[in-house]
Design a protein around this ligand. Sequence first.
Ligand code: SF4
Length: 378
Amino acid sequence: MNLKRVSIYVHIPFCARRCAYCDFNTYAWRGSIVRDTLDAICQHIASVDAEDIIVPTIFFGGGTPSLPEPERIIRILDTIRSRFRVLPDAEISIEANPGTVDRSRFAALRQAGFNRLSMGVQAFDDHLLKALGRIHTSDEAIRSYEAARTAGFENINLDLMFALPDQTMRQWQHTLRIAVSLQPEHLSCYALTIEPHTPFYTMYQRGQLNLPDEQTDLRMYQYTIRTLTRAGYEHYEISNFARPGYRCRHNMVYWRNEQYLGFGPGAVSYLHGVRWKCLSNPRRYVKAVREGLPLVEEKEHLDADASLGETIMLMLRLRDGVDVKAVEERYGVNLAQRYAHQLNRLRRLRLLEVTPEHWRITPKGLPIANTICAEFLV
Ligand code: SF4
C-alpha cells in the first residue's frame, strides 16, 4: 500500500468571548452545543477512510481548544489515534488562552500526548489587552506560561501582535522583552490587520481606532526581527521565529502546500488537489454529522498550475524560500522558464534573491512580502 503523509487540523470553534479584532470562525457559546460539537467531531473523524494515511502532525486550533473540559479534547485526540496511524514522533499542538487553563488542565493535556502548546498572549500590557477584548491580564499570561512549563510542556509558542491601536514602539519593546525573558521555544509576531465584520472594523470606519502609521508598523517589524534573532531565534517565516529545532512542523505543512485533513466547523482540508471547507456553523455541522448529510460548505479543485502558483506563494513566506529542485520535481516544470517575467522584475527591484537552488525574499522585500508572494498566483 502506498502510504501518504497527511496532517490533521481540528477546529474547536468556541471562545469565552470574542476579541474585538477576530474574524475566525468562533462563537461565544456555552452548554450543550459545545458538547454536541465535540462529539460530532469525534464521529466525523471516525467516519473517514484512513487506511493509507500516516499522520506526522496534529494541530488543535480555534477558537479556544483549551476552553472545554480537557477530557473532551483528549477524546478527540484518542479518536484520531484509533482511526489514523499517528507517527510516534508526531508533533501534537494545542492552542491555549491564558485565563482558560490552570496547571491541572495543562497536565492532563500533556499527559494525553499534546507535546506543543501555542499560547495566545498578544501583548504584555493590560491596557492593550483590554482594548483587544482579551479575557486575561499580562500577569495571568505569565502565570499560565509558568503553569504550562511546570506541567511538562517543553515546546511552547507565544502569539504576539504589534501595530495595535494606541500602541507605542516602547510598549512593543516591553512586550518583546518580557516574551524573550520567558524563553519560549517559538514566537509568532503578527501585525494587527483590521478585518471586515469585526468591532475593530466598525471602529476603524468611524475613525475611532488610532493605529500606528506605516512607518511605525515597519519599525516595529524590523525591531522584532533584530531583537529575536539577537536572542537566538531563527527568523524562519515572515512572522515566525524559533529556537533551532523548534520550527512549527504543522505550519510547515501549510507553507509547503502539503496535504492535510480538517475536522470541526469551518475546518479546511487539502487532499489530492482538492480543497474543501466543512460547514462553518456548529449547529449545521452537528446536524449534518448526525444525519449523514454532506458536510462540505465550499470546494475547489486546483489544477496543476494553480497548485504550483500557491506552492510558490506559500514557500516564499519561508526564509529558506522556494526549494527550486523540490518544486520542479513535484510539478515537472522548469521554474526559471515558467516565471521568467516575475523573476526578472523582482530581482531587478532587489526584492527577490534568485539562485539555481532557492528563491528568497530579500530583507528589502520582507515588508511587502504579501505583494511579492501574490505575483506568483495564476
Ligand atoms: S481568543 Fe482567539 S479565536 Fe477566540 S475570539 Fe479571541 S482571537 Fe478569536
